[in-house]
Design a binder for this molecule. Structure first.
Ligand code: NAD
Length: 260
């Protein structure tokens, strides 16, 4: 087992990609914290994962945009399990509008969840990682950390920003054995993406099938969606890689949509 007894905090893990990563980690023997907005959804996911084993999971309520909630959540994890070995800053949403129609409140909400969330969880975990002699921080970027698409000004700005944060954390954390990397998936069929298909269809005046074929998968080498399991595999690589040889990087898992 690659993560036996490692304490892993995964934000936004009651659903989608975060849940898939948490599932993979528990399968490798980890102690996983499912941190999500709703306590009941987090606890339900944790119970499912613990039942599957061989690791275990607990669920906590955490709004990653609240400094108080993040600090309380990380403190509760350390009180229970004594350490934090892996942070996956994954919680995220999508809001699409043309730039001239983008409500300022939506812009701020997007930047807050993606960037404040990454900053606050990192800030709360780093002191524990330093004290214990190391750790792995993984940010959920996107192909949109490197590429742009119409209607996604806030998302693209936030996902590009995560690359900068990850590089700074890699430099500050290096002497303490803290590694920091970004996963950049292509389109994965989660609730976040299912919601975008009709929205983009309406905004662009094209059919939903055209959104999938022309907007989402046309740049891939095989017109395939990236899967939850693909992303979880990369998250396992970054979590289990034990040296600073792999830090400050982004790994694109997108069926060749973006090649770096
Ligand atoms: P999802 O909607 O299935 O899951 C997102 C989870 O984040 C939900 O459980 C939600 O409750 C939680 N969340 C939202 N706001 C939160 C907050 N303020 N605090 C704590 N939790 C919060 O979406 P997903 O597709 O699994 O997305 C997860 C991450 O992957 C996001 O950062 C997203 O940008 C990124 N991503 C997704 C895709 C894709 O195609 N699905 C591609 C690239 C990157």
């Amino acid at each position: 087992m690659k993560l036996k007894d490692k304490v892993c905090l995964v934000t936004g893990s009651a659903s989608g990609i975060g849940r898939a990563i948490a599932t993979r980690y528990v399968g490798e023997g980890a102690k996983v914290v499912i941190a999500d907005l709703q306590q009941d959804a987090a606890e339900k996911t944790a119970a499912d994962l613990t039942a599957a084993g061989p690791g275990e999971a607990i669920g906590i309520a955490m709004d990653v945009t609240s400094e108080e909630a993040v600090n309380a959540g990380v403190a509760a994890v350390v009180a229970r399990w004594g350490r934090v070995d892996v942070l996956v800053s994954n919680a995220g949403i999508q809001i699409v509008h043309k730039i001239e129609d983008f409500p300022f409140t939506d812009w701020k909400k997007m930047l807050s969840i993606h960037l404040d969330g990454a900053f606050l969880t990192t800030k709360a975990c780093v002191p524990h990682m330093k004290a214990q002699g190391g750790g792995a921080i993984i940010y959920m970027g996107s192909v949109h950390s490197h590429e742009a698409s119409p209607l996604k000004s806030a998302y693209v700005t936030a996902k590009h920003g995560l690359l900068g944060l990850a590089r700074v954390v890699a430099k500050e954390g290096g002497p303490h054995g803290i590694r920091s990397n970004v996963i950049c998936p292509g389109f994965v069929r989660t609730p976040l993406v299912e919601k975008q298909i009709p929205e983009q269809s309406k905004a662009l005046g094209i059919s939903e099938e055209e959104v999938v074929k022309k907007m989402m998968l046309s740049g891939t080498v095989d017109t395939q969606f990236t899967t939850l399991e693909d992303v979880a595999e990369v998250a396992l690589l970054f979590a289990g890689f034990e040296t600073n040889a792999l830090t400050g990087q982004s790994l694109v898992v997108s069926h060749g949509w973006y090649m770096q």
